[in-house]
Design a protein around this ligand. Structure first.
Ligand code: UDX
Length: 437
């Protein structure tokens, strides 16, 4: 199948490479010339395990190329819209300017029978607007909504072996034809038994934001329990294990700590609330405001804990922050809880040194006032307190005895509940964590 992928960011670059891997002939389009140049050299423009290898493999077959010329999408039968939908500045709503630009770039090149496939996370109602725009220019082209659920760090695996495939189709024969074409695109994962849900536009668009809202709620639920644990001396990790044994609840996404960040969960729940307001059903999602507040409170609590272990003040204290990315195995710092905590402590008078295995370049660009070090050991040299903010494997596996030799004061705040308190305390550390005694 000849495919175009519009937008070569996280979603698009991975999707393009994976579609080529499935045997399709793919052209990726992006307005960012520098990104296109890197992708054309088979280099991933961001850190994502497995993506560089996949790009090299796919480019070598000649089935994958990248361009900044919109005319080159002509001839593709299926066009995936994969651009970002960030939060609007100063508002909760989603900024749809990239979606609008992608559709405008695509419209002049659409041929009869083409299928435009929306993958970006959009406010419900967007697919319907795009369908009207497409129909006005090329009445024999069809729009399908096909949300993407990939997780950073597992993006390749999630695209090649998704949990489910959702199509939002228009009613009638055009929808059926589009479905048949998309079934060809996804023939391999469908043959592997991937569950498929075929529905209408509205449901397909809601599936994505509903899924992310549920995940955010699950994290904030356990973080609310962490607040209760802190008030009562209970241990939230054991609480999560115990309730997680109930299959109806499940243990995944019940890791209490510094909470969620990244380019999806925070902005998606906010955009969802904004859209609900427009639809006159804001009450239905008012709980998401609480989910957001619980999440943000964890960051404040983390700074408070660092202050507590420093006998009430971090002014002039040296703080090592382990982690800058919003989660491990990613160099993404969008709405990163780790950097939010680091910046707060910096503003409150501490001397903060941040380290991260992958995200330092991105962090330095956005937060130039913080100090950065290449390794945990360098960051922690002479530190009064160490803050574990992103649970990279190399931080989880730190040896408390060896690590204790470089710091000025053996104090650690575990923001992700991944260290063994007994082991760290036995090595002479003051160990504190979110939601643990
Ligand atoms: C998320 C969704 O998981 C994915 O399906 C969707 O397509 C995009 O948004 P991603 O942003 O890559 O993916 O990150 P995810 O793995 O979901 O983690 C989000 C945040 O929640 C991270 O900051 C992580 O540290 C935090 N988290 C996750 C917790 O605090 N506790 C948990 O138990 C799980």
């Amino acid at each position: 199948m000849r495919i175009s992928v519009i937008g070569c960011g996280y979603l698009g670059a991975v999707h393009a490479a994976c579609m080529a891997q499935l045997g399709h002939d793919v052209v990726g389009l992006d307005v960012d010339e520098a990104k296109i140049a890197r992708l054309t050299r088979a280099e991933a423009p961001f850190f994502e395990p497995g993506l560089p290898e996949l790009l090299q493999e796919s480019m070598a077959t000649g089935r994958l190329r990248f361009t900044s010329d919109p005319a080159e999408v002509a001839g593709a039968r299926v066009h995936f819209v994969c651009v970002g939908t960030p939060q609007k500045r100063g508002e909760h709503a989603a900024d749809l300017r990239y979606v609008e630009a992608a559709v405008q770039a695509l419209l002049p090149h659409l041929a009869p029978g083409d299928v435009v496939v929306g993958k970006s996370t959009v406010p419900v109602g967007t697919a319907e607007v795009i369908a009207e725009q497409v129909a006005a220019v090329q009445p024999e082209a069809t729009v399908v909504w096909n949300p993407e659920f990939l997780r950073e760090g597992f993006a390749v695996q999630d695209t090649l072996h998704p949990d489910r495939i959702v199509y939002g189709l228009p009613p009638g024969p055009a929808g059926e034809r589009a479905r048949a074409l998309l079934d060809e695109v996804y023939a391999t994962p469908l043959a592997d038994g991937t569950p498929q849900v075929v529905t209408d536009y509205a449901t397909a668009q809601l599936v994505k934001v509903a899924a992310n809202s549920f995940l955010a709620t699950k994290i904030s639920f356990i973080n609310a329990m962490a607040e209760l644990c802190e008030a009562t001396g209970a241990d939230v990790t054991q609480l999560a294990d115990a309730i997680g044994h109930d299959e109806r609840i499940g243990r995944r996404f019940l890791n209490a700590g510094l909470g969620f960040g990244g380019g999806c969960l925070p902005k998606d729940i906010r955009a969802f609330m904004a859209r609900a307001g427009e639809l006159g059903v804001d009450q239905a999602l008012s709980f998401l405001r609480e989910v957001d507040s619980i999440n943000m409170r964890r960051r404040v609590r983390m700074v408070d804990l660092a202050r507590e272990v420093c006998q009430g003040s971090i002014v002039g204290r040296r703080v090592a922050v382990l982690g800058a990315a919003f989660k491990p195995d990613s160099d993404d710092i969008r709405d990163s809880p780790a950097l939010s905590v680091a910046a707060q402590m910096g503003l409150q008078g501490a001397t903060v040194v941040v380290t991260d295995p992958q995200a330092l370049e991105n962090a330095e660009r956005v937060w130039p006032d913080l100090t950065y070090a290449a390794t945990a050991y360098e960051a922690a040299k002479d530190a009064d307190v160490v803050v574990l903010a992103t649970e990279w494997k190399q931080y989880r596996e730190l040896d408390p005895v060896e690590f204790g030799a470089v710091v000025a004061g053996k104090r650690i705040v575990d923001g992700r509940n991944v260290l063994d308190p007994a082991q760290w305390r036995a090595a002479g550390w003051v160990y504190r964590a979110l939601g643990r005694p």
